[in-house]
Design a binder for this molecule. Sequence first.
Ligand code: ATP
Length: 235
Amino acid sequence: MITLEGVAAGYAGSAVVRDLSLEVRAGEVVGLLGPNGAGKTTTLLTISGILRPLAGTVTVLGQQPQTRFPHRLARQGVAHVTESRNLFYELTVDENLRIALRGSKADKQARRDEVDELFPALRPLRKRKAGLLSGGEQQMLAMARALASKPQVLLLDEMSLGLAPIIVERLLATVRELADRTGCAVLLVEQHVPLALEVVDRAYVLAHGNVVLSGTAEELRGNAQVLESSYLGDS
Ligand code: ATP
């Protein structure tokens, strides 16, 4: 569903990610881990086509990402939840979700029911403006909105930002359930390494724009270098 081969990416022609190769298959949850500034966000932006690779090939759902316009991504089956969450803060929870729903009336209802099931905590908050939700609730809404677009590929950037570990744990469990249930391929960027390793199938550890380590969650769980990378400041 996602394949990167020898990818270099960065800003204004200068690479912050170099020679990166990775793969995420249908139904897999894969972690992209590593310290601040390692190039994780840059990698997600390149996968969703917001940044063009400077070298190498990016293939998403069998195609090279074409768009620099995030709103077109959903139609292509790619949902990207960025660190800033990009909610419509003046609109209610319900309105934020309705904007993302696609397809026939029956399709929309089915997606709505699924979102309700995966995020029961949002149900009583439907009429509340997104700007008045707590950080955890906003993150849930950002994810719920991504799911409402029925993605085949889900890119999640630092969903734990500013959230208590217990909330992060719940969100990660929801991501796992989504991948298992729908076959969606999930690539999640996470600095909270021990929590991420509880739910991912595999992970890549990035430092200085390169993959320094990769393996199954089980292989990485006992690896001191991986666990340390969650506490490092800059790469
Ligand atoms: P973090 O967890 O801090 O977001 P990250 O691993 O996601 O880290 P990136 O955001 O991909 O790292 O950043 C990698 C490098 O690219 C950093 O040195 C950063 O300063 C630089 N960078 C990020 N965005 C831009 C930009 N718009 N223009 C120029 N350089 C940038």
